[in-house]
Design a protein around this ligand. Structure first.
Ligand code: LHQ
Length: 260
């Protein structure tokens, strides 16, 4: 039914798998549409009482597919691309009044870091890593990464991570409070499956309402932040450094940023 994700429901748990393993599960427009569709099914079906989000094979996801994005140039502003795709997925996970577990099996970069942080809790393999890759291509954070990271690690650490794009390993992410637990790769499936079963057997309405009140309780509004991020990204996207960052990545050479 889907081309860029896998979707499976078993024992009251829906598993959504980002599924473009030959491209490190890089995000596409089609994948966003499929994720939104799957989220709606999860919300609608009373038999779904917990959701697991993960990636196929070695990565969680490398973020925006930069090759696809190059082909989109000129067809929409980057802000509109974010509003039509990423915002709907991020808000979809936050507004889904059922528990969502991020099963972080490998690298989570750029917008996919935003997706991972939009889940309610994260269990990572010790092979996982977290890369705020926006700055590597001269962009500012999007997909809620600015909002989530600042909530989790505070403004100074959030700035350090986002402005350097440093790759965090799972132990460091755990120490910073970005994830809930790290397990050996061989234990990831069973750990997440046990937790998902426990949550799926819980008071789903109460868990959903807990999520609603937590969403409401934080000082800044995610929807406003997403919109602000989209406006900022329109500016960053039009810099020479962004073009240079993408070109360097695709040409497999170090970028030469000029500050413009
Ligand atoms: C990729 C990608 C990728 C395509 C690896 N695309 N092929 C919003 C709106 C507008 C524009 C842009 O973006 C956004 C939001 C964002 O998500 S911004 C951030 C976009 N993502 C990145 O910049 C990450 C780029 N990738 C990397 O830095 C590394 O690949 C990571 C750290 C993810 C993984 O490193 P490794 O494990 O060392 O893998 P690798 O670099 O060797 O990649 C394996 C292959 O996957 C490679 O292709 P190849 O043909 O050589 O095997 C990469 O070119 C390809 N790939 N990320 N995002």
């Amino acid at each position: 039914m889907y081309d860029h994700i896998l979707f499976d429901i078993a024992d009251s748990v829906a598993t959504i798998t980002l599924n473009r393993p030959d491209k490190l599960n890089a995000l596409t427009i089609e994948m966003s549409q499929e994720l939104v569709h799957a989220q709606k099914q999860c919300a609608r079906e009373s038999g779904v009482r917990c959701i697991v989000l993960t990636g196929a094979e070695r990565a969680f996801s490398a973020g925006q597919d930069l090759q696809e994005f190059q082909m989109l140039e000129g067809r929409a502003t980057v802000g509109d691309h974010l509003r039509r795709g990423y915002h709907r997925v991020v808000m979809g996970f936050r507004q889904l009044e059922k528990p969502v577990i991020g099963k972080i099996n490998g690298v989570a970069a750029g917008a996919a870091l935003g997706y991972a942080l939009a889940t309610d809790l994260r269990i990572a393999s010790d092979k996982a890593s977290f890369v705020p890759a926006f700055i590597g291509i001269g962009l500012a954070p999007d997909s809620g990464a600015s909002w989530f990271l600042q909530q989790l690690v505070g403004p100074a650490k959030a700035f350090e991570l986002l402005a350097t794009g440093v790759r965090l390993d799972a132990q460091e992410a755990l120490r910073l409070g970005i994830i809930n637990q790290v397990v050996a790769p061989k234990d990831l499936d069973s750990t997440v499956s046990e937790l998902a079963q426990r949550l799926a057997m819980g008071p789903t309405r109460g868990i959903g309402l807990t999520k609603r009140v937590l969403n409401k309780a934080v000082g800044h509004n995610l929807a406003d932040t997403l919109e602000y991020e989209a406006q900022i990204q329109d500016i960053a996207f039009n810099t020479g450094d962004h073009k240079e960052g993408v070109a360097a990545f695709l040409e497999k050479r170090p970028p030469q940023f000029s500050g413009r």
